[in-house]
Design a protein around this ligand. Structure first.
Ligand code: CA
Ligand code: CA
Ligand code: CU
Length: 326
């Protein structure tokens, strides 16, 4: 009852403000050139939709929280029954903070740079004493899947499917490595906020930013979208699968495909019982020596309850909703 008025105000007023219309088409999804989970390249059709021009910012997320009183996942203590393996001192509100290593470390053990820190949440993204001061235009981080979904519902929007996200990120270019072409830094120009140097200890900051950056700090892609790759990973609504489906005949390319079952995408080890959704686009922590995932085809399975200092989201509005303004 308390949330309904806000939803209709946004929907009738400025819902499509700050969004771009992405014209539906068929496209080649995935890549055969990089990591196995991006294979195989296959044809997919998406219908037209609208997408936020940039990831949801801290200022935008604050408006949502002010209007609704929403409490994010990282601000709530985990329920012990859902985390039977966890030590009891971890069952307090908190989240994962990135700590730069002092020198080269074993890249197979993410505990060498991720530290679970009580009191970390979207208002304090790098630990309890950090603030959003000067970061109003940075993407919101430390949001779990349900937090992104709650924001989208309040705004009268949705989270994109993986196919929608990847199609939009490609900006109209077919089969290219990056949203702007095949060259990482054309004529020396940095095009996205990634990590230059040896991860996770040497951040050269050639792109001008260590950590997140204000949205729109780099050029938009062909659809006018900013920060699709780099800056923050972005939640999509699809559950993770270890590979894309084989599409046998181009005639039968899937239309607006969705992965609605978590079954194919559970992980291993502690937390393996938590379903994973696809995140896209890589982040300011992606470096060539560790994670070359600042590309539209790249994908990662992220446990739905996890929030980190490099994961955010943006929203879409689908067919019908935007036709009057197109
Ligand atoms: Ca950077
Ligand atoms: Ca991004
Ligand atoms: Cu990465």
């Amino acid at each position: 009852m308390s949330r309904q008025p806000e939803i209709s105000v946004v929907a009738e007023g400025s819902q499509l403000k700050g969004m771009m219309r992405i014209p539906g088409s068929s496209f080649l999804m995935g890549s055969n050139e990089f990591y196995p989970e991006e294979r195989p390249v296959h044809e997919v059709v998406v219908e037209s939709f609208w997408m936020d021009r940039h990831p949801v910012t801290n200022a935008e997320f604050r408006r949502f929280v002010s209007a609704t009183g929403y409490v994010t996942s990282a601000e709530r203590a985990p329920i012990p029954a859902e985390y039977p393996d966890a030590e009891s001192d971890l069952l307090v509100p908190g989240s994962l903070v990135f700590r730069k290593a002092r020198g080269p470390v074993d890249l197979h053990d993410h505990r060498n740079w991720w530290t679970w820190t009580p009191g970390t949440q979207w208002r304090h993204p790098e630990g309890p004493t950090s603030t959003l001061h000067g970061r109003e235009r940075h993407p919101v981080t430390q949001v779990a899947y349900e937090d992104a979904q709650a924001f989208a519902a309040w705004a009268g929007k949705s989270l994109p499917t993986e196919a929608e996200w990847e199609f939009a990120a490609r900006g109209g270019l077919e089969g290219r490595v990056f949203p702007w072409g095949d060259e990482f830094a054309p004529r020396g120009k940095m095009m996205a906020n990634t990590w230059q140097g040896e991860f996770p200890w040497q951040n050269l900051g050639t792109d001008g930013f260590e950590g997140t950056s204000p949205v729109k700090s780099f050029p938009p892609n062909g659809y006018g979208l900013f920060d699709v790759v780099g800056n923050v990973w972005e939640w999509t609504s699809d559950f993770f699968t270890p590979q894309h489906p084989e599409v046998e005949h181009a005639c039968c390319a899937p239309r607006d495909p969705r992965v609605t079952s978590p079954e194919g995408g559970y992980g291993v080890g502690p937390g393996a019982h938590i379903p994973r959704r696809v995140t896209k686009g890589g982040s300011h922590l992606c470096a060539p020596n560790y994670c070359l995932r600042y590309r539209p085809a790249a994908r990662q399975g992220q446990a739905v309850d996890s929030s980190t200092a490099h994961t955010g989201f943006r929203c879409v509005v689908r067919a019908g909703a935007g036709e009057g303004s197109a």
